[in-house]
Design a protein around this ligand. Structure first.
Ligand code: G6P
Length: 610
């Protein structure tokens, strides 16, 4: 992943770079650095192990100043988080470079460069790029040529920002496989991994395309496409707001985001429903003509978004009567799969930048899908630009790395899709009105669930000394259990697994003893009695049960069985509702454990490497 920022301006760019990095920290936060070319044309650099705050402190203690600069916040791929592995990387005080992506052939390049006398100061795959540019510049002093020559030898993904001491008012940017935008100022230009990083300095952006190389000077921008033709890329005016979300008095962004779900859901429904019916055009201009022909759906996503896809698949088969298959993007992209006629491809992504999901979408565009639809929370993201149809969740910026409001709003979007498709597959207007009512009841019902916060905080204490947890669910509550387990492991570092309750006896039951908490999602549905039998199997092995149930589920509490009767009545919205207490449980366990909740170790919000 990693976030990169760069600038060429008349003014000192270091505050712009630091502010940009703060805004990109969701992409990685294990180390950070910045380099500027100062007034004496010397490349100056600061790097720290840790977050951008630490870089800011270092910068305050010994400020750098210069009109041309690049900066980076890192999520380690090659080489542990350390100062030496942090970017920018510099070769012989001449060339400085920041990189987001992975160079797959770095080992062979490293060998060649070692034989040519280069010494390596880091364990990164990036250092071969900066050395390569330095090497190339020895035969042709033009930095642009040197960059072209170097990237022709790279395999992998790379967004790059390159500055050169010998040409101090110039910045070269490259986009291949990792996102990069150019911010257009007045007599100044910027680059960044996303638009948000640059909103304090400009609203005007050029989205580089795959393989583009930009030669950036204060007063002149030239963009080359992958074949080295000069191209004109349009300037887009962003409608995004520069304000950074604050915690609004909550202790963490994650808690704020959990509590903002009623609003996020309302916003995501707004203008999507009229007179009890779904507004199909909200999915895009051609949605109607595509939806009338859909005979199957393929959903592809990663992480939490994948769990949303699993829930949607059950809805699609049950409500819209058409088959649906869900796949993890990193698997789908490398697998030969059979596309049946009239299959709609749906990818789900909060960020719209996840490398595997983007690659899956690109693959789908080349195959015989009926159409491609992206469900996404970020309007100006790569995935929204690439998909044919787009449905935006209006959850607002999600800052906490563990996804909460993005997930529940994705489910809202997917339910709208299910009904929209179902309309052409036998769903009556009366049914549609009924489903719309269920959707509209959601914000109020989620609010009710949030009232259980104190009880869940008490329950969380039982997990403080645990190292493992098992989550159980059946039917559409298996993906809910999977999401609950993912939340717990992401932020509290407790090893948590989810199983279909019926699978318990086929293996995981061997793990159950008095030290293994088992969390079960038990709505009052047709599977409740089956689930209760599975829970008996846990009780018989002295497992400690924590059951989330409806008031009507009639699950009894005992010494080893804690029951939280939540104010939910079973209907199609129940997977969304049952997610809320599991989010709260993970959150409070992580609070007790003193974990870094909004930025858990080793993770990042937007995963732009595969
Ligand atoms: C990362 C995030 C998760 C997210 C996943 C997919 O792992 O930490 O919260 O679910 O990426 O991200 P996307 O933006 O594609 O939904």
């Amino acid at each position: 992943m990693c976030g990169i920022v760069g600038a060429v301006a008349q003014r000192d760019v270091s505050p712009i770079l630091l502010e940009g990095l703060k805004r990109l920290e969701y992409r990685g936060y294990d180390s950070a650095g910045l380099a500027v070319i100062d007034e004496n044309d010397v490349v100056q650099r600061i790097r720290v192990l840790g977050k951008v705050n630490q870089l800011q402190q270092e910068h305050e203690a010994s400020p750098l100043s210069g009109g041309t600069g690049i900066a980076h916040t890192r999520w380690a791929t090659h080489g542990k988080p350390s100062v030496n592995n942090a970017h920018p990387h510099i070769c012989r005080d001449e060339i400085a470079l920041v990189h987001n992506g992975i160079i797959e052939n770095h080992e062979s390049l490293r060998e060649q460069q070692r034989s040519a006398g280069f010494e390596f100061t880091s364990e990164t795959d990036t250092e071969v790029i900066v050395n390569g540019i330095y090497q190339a510049i020895q035969t042709n002093p033009d930095i642009l040529e040197a960059v072209f020559q170097t990237i022709s030898q790279l395999n992998g993904a790379y967004a790059l920002g390159v500055i050169n001491k010998a040409d101090p008012k110039r910045l070269i940017a490259v986009r291949k496989g990792s996102p990069l935008v150019i911010g257009v100022g007045i007599g100044e230009y910027f680059i960044a991994s996303d638009v948000f990083a640059l909103l304090p300095v400009t609203q005007r952006f050029i989205f580089l395309e795959e393989g583009d190389v930009a030669d950036i000077k204060r007063d002149k921008l030239t963009i080359y496409d992958k074949d080295r033709n000069i191209v004109d890329r349009p300037i887009n005016v962003s409608e995004l707001n520069a304000d950074v979300a604050d915690k609004a008095g909550y202790r963490h962004y994650m808690l704020k985001e959990i509590f903002s779900q009623p609003d996020a859901i309302s916003e995501s429904l707004k203008s999507r429903i009229e007179d009890g019916k779904i507004v199909i055009n909200e999915f895009g201009q051609n949605a109607d003509s595509i939806f009338t022909r859909v005979k199957a759906v393929k959903i592809v996503a990663c992480g939490t978004s994948y769990h949303a896809g699993l829930i949607a698949a059950n809805w699609i088969e049950e409500i819209a009567n058409i088959s649906c298959h869900v796949e993890i993007a990193s698997e789908f992209r490398y697998r030969k799969s059979v596309v049946t006629d009239n299959t709609l491809f749906v990818c789900i992504s909060q960020s719209g930048e996840t490398a595997d999901t983007l690659a899956a979408l690109q693959k789908a565009k080349e195959e015989k899908y009926l159409g491609t639809l992206a469900i996404c929370n970020v309007a100006e993201s790569t995935i929204t630009r690439e998909a044919e149809l787009v449905f935006l969740t209006h959850a607002g910026p999600e800052i906490g790395v563990a996804s909460t409001k993005a997930f529940t709003t994705q489910l809202v979007a997917l339910f709208l899709l299910v009904v929209a498709i179902g309309r052409n597959n036998g769903l009556s207007l009366e049914d549609e009105n009924g489903y719309v009512k269920q959707l509209e009841s959601l914000p109020g019902r989620v609010n009710q669930l949030l009232l259980h916060k104190d009880e869940i905080e008490v329950m969380a204490k039982s997990f403080a000394d645990k190292h493992h947890a098992l989550f159980l669910g059946r039917g559409n509550f298996l993906p809910v259990a999977m999401e609950g387990a993912l939340k717990l492991k992401e932020i509290s570092y407790i090893h948590a697994e989810a199983y279909a309750a019926g699978e318990l006896k086929h293996g995981p039951l061997a793990l159950v003893d008095k030290d293994m908490p088992v969390i079960a999602v038990a709505p009052n549905n047709h599977l409740l009695e089956k689930l209760k039998s599975n829970l008996q199997e846990v009780q018989a092995r002295e497992g400690k049960l924590f059951i989330f149930a409806d008031k009507n589920s009639e699950v009894e509490a005992t010494d080893n069985v804690r029951v939280l009767n939540i104010s939910a009545v079973y209907d199609f919205m129940a997977p969304i509702l049952y997610t809320i207490p599991l989010q709260l449980l993970a959150y409070y366990v992580a609070v007790i454990k003193g974990a870094d909740i909004d930025q858990p170790r080793n993770l990042a919000k937007s995963v732009t490497v595969e």
